[in-house]
Every structure is written in structure tokens, then in C-alpha cells.
Design a protein around this ligand. Structure first.
Ligand SMILES: C[C@@]1(CC(=O)O)c2cc3[nH]c(cc4nc(cc5[nH]c(cc(n2)[C@H]1CCC(=O)O)[C@@](C)(CC(=O)O)[C@@H]5CCC(=O)O)C(CC(=O)O)=C4CCC(=O)O)c(CCC(=O)O)c3CC(=O)O
Ligand SMILES: NC(=O)C1=CN([C@@H]2O[C@H](COP(=O)(O)OP(=O)(O)OC[C@H]3O[C@@H](n4cnc5c(N)ncnc54)[C@H](O)[C@@H]3O)[C@@H](O)[C@H]2O)C=CC1
Length: 208
């Protein structure tokens, strides 16, 4: 399988989107919300996109814009035009919304909270099923899991400051993740109590 999932920091990245229909608009909003500089070529200019800083350019500038961009999205309804843009984008990050297997970037369906982010792809086989599976997984994540993430974050920050050896930090963190008293605190939604208990445990190993 030539694909691997990654989380990519889009802040400041330059994105060129060909097309201005449903899919192009969805991509533009998603990339813009992640902090990218987004330019679109298309005939369906939408004022609300301009308001969030998405720039519209005429199709004649496509070649120049593809050179400028870090990421190119082909999402027009014209297969020949999409093909042309894709060939100009050779060597760059390319999302073929129209022909996924010919690009090198797939936009997965996601679900995120402050603490966890989940992305699902069916390798372009069924976006509808990607959504169904995303919703199933979403329902499996409990409040305990979220609190446990916050507690691990608390403990590992503390450990990183005081314990040099990563393998030792790892062992302690695994133990904390299985600790019955921590789990009881988290069941009672008592994150502060769990943190205090972690503080007391860490004091025993010389971490304060
Ligand atoms: C490869 C990918 C493009 C990429 O990487 O950019 C891709 C490709 C294609 N989708 C097509 C069709 C549909 N896509 C949707 C919906 C979504 N599609 C999304 C992602 C992706 N779609 C990527 C792969 C994700 C994966 O790997 O699973 C979602 C998850 C995210 C998003 O788009 O933001 C979003 C859910 C949004 C939500 O639910 O919130 C629906 C449903 C609907 O519209 O209601 C339909 C109609 C039903 C159907 O066709 O299944 C066609 C045309 C096929 C044809 O010609 O008939 C192609 C091209 C092709 O397959 O050739
Ligand atoms: N990734 C995804 O989730 C999906 C991908 N698709 C694929 O993406 C393509 C676009 O889908 P939608 O946005 O739903 O279609 P749409 O019909 O809403 O938009 C197509 C856009 O392309 C523009 N366009 C068409 N021919 C053009 C030309 N010669 N020059 C300039 N602009 C031109 C149209 O003006 C329009 O803005 C589809 O052809 C399909 O292959 C379709 C549905 C979902």
C-alpha cells in the first residue's frame, strides 16, 4: 500500500485549488481554517469565501499559481483541465479530488476535539463508508479516555522536565495509564484529584 497517514501543519502553506464547485469550496474552507494561503480558480465566486481570506484568480493564471503553490487540488468538473493542472503540478503535493489514485494526497474525513483527532480514509473507495466508520469510532471514545489523555499530558510534561531517561519515563507512563486509583478518580470526573495522586506517586521517584 503506497499511502501512509500523516498530520500535516498547513499554517502558511500555499494551496491552489482548481474549480469552485462543491468539492473545491469544501477543500478551500478546510485548508483556510487550518491557516493555509488559499487561491482558487473558478467561475463560481462565493462572497463568503472571500470574507475568510480565500483569493479568486482567473483561469489564465493557473500555470503561474501552480508554480507558486505547495499543494494543488484538482476539483473542477472538467477532466481535461484537471489533467492539465495535474501534469503541471508534477513533483508537488497533489490532491486529485477527481481521480484519487493519480494524486499523492488524500483528504480524509476527520473528527476532532481539543484532545484527539481521528482521520479515516477508505483509499478513495467509499467516502460514504468513511463517514459511517468515523461516526462509529467517535461514539467509542469516552469521557474517561479524554481525561486520561489530559492526565498523561500532565504527567509526561512533568517527567520530561525531571527524568532524563526516556525508557524510564515510558515505564512510569504505562503504569499510570493502568493505575486503578487514577481510573477511579477519572470515573468520578475528578481530574484534579488524579493529578494530585500522580504528584504524590512521582514524589516517590524523585519527581516534584
Ligand atoms: C479520494 C477522495 C478525494 C480526496 O482525497 O480529496 C474522494 C473522491 C471522490 N468522492 C466522490 C464522491 C463523493 N464524495 C462524497 C463525500 C466526501 N468525500 C470525501 C473524501 C474523498 N472523496 C476522498 C477519499 C476519502 C476516502 O479515502 O475515503 C469526504 C470524506 C471528505 C471531503 O470531501 O471533505 C466527503 C465526506 C464529507 C462528509 O460526509 O462530511 C460523497 C457523499 C456526498 O457527496 O454526500 C460522494 C458521492 C457518493 C460516492 O461517490 O461515494 C467522487 C466521485 C465519484 C464519481 O465520479 O461517481 C470522488 C472521485 C473518485 O472516486 O473518482
Ligand atoms: N472528493 C470528493 O469528495 C468528490 C469529488 N468529486 C469529483 O470532483 C469533481 C468536482 O465535483 P463537484 O465540486 O461536486 O462539482 P461541481 O459541479 O459542484 O463543480 C465543478 C466546478 O468546476 C468548474 N468547471 C467545470 N469546467 C470548467 C472549465 N472548463 N473551466 C473552469 N472551471 C470549470 C465549474 O464551474 C464548477 O465550479 C467531480 O468532477 C468529481 O470528479 C465529486 C464529488 C465528491
Amino acid at each position: 500500500m503506497p499511502w501512509t497517514p500523516l498530520f500535516f501543519k498547513l499554517d502558511g502553506k500555499k494551496v491552489f485549488i482548481l474549480g469552485s464547485g462543491e468539492v473545491a469550496t469544501r477543500r478551500a474552507i478546510r485548508f483556510r481554517e487550518a491557516g493555509a494561503k488559499v487561491t482558487i480558480c473558478g467561475d463560481n465566486i462565493q462572497p463568503h469565501l472571500k470574507k475568510i481570506g480565500i483569493i479568486y484568480k482567473p483561469l489564465e493564471e493557473m500555470e503561474k499559481l501552480i508554480k507558486w503553490a505547495d499543494i494543488i487540488v484538482t476539483a473542477s468538473g472538467d477532466p481535461t483541465l484537471n489533467e492539465k493542472a495535474a501534469s503541471l503540478a508534477s513533483g508537488k503535493l497533489l490532491n486529485r479530488a477527481d481521480k484519487p489514485q493519480d494524486g499523492n494526497l488524500i483528504v480524509p474525513i476527520t473528527f476532532s476535539t481539543d484532545d484527539v483527532e481521528i482521520a479515516i480514509s477508505t483509499h478513495g473507495k467509499s467516502p460514504i463508508m468513511a463517514r459511517v466508520i468515523r461516526d462509529k469510532i467517535k461514539n467509542l471514545i469516552t469521557e474517561d479516555d479524554i481525561l486520561q489523555i489530559r492526565l498523561q499530558d500532565y504527567a509526561r510534561r512533568k517527567l520530561k522536565k525531571t527524568i532524563q531517561d526516556q525508557k524510564t519515563r515510558r515505564r512510569i507512563l504505562y503504569n499510570l495509564s493502568k493505575d486503578d486509583k487514577i481510573q477511579a478518580h477519572l470515573k468520578n470526573r475528578n481530574l484534579e484529584g488524579a493529578k494530585k495522586y500522580v504528584d504524590s506517586l512521582l514524589e516517590h521517584v524523585g519527581v516534584s
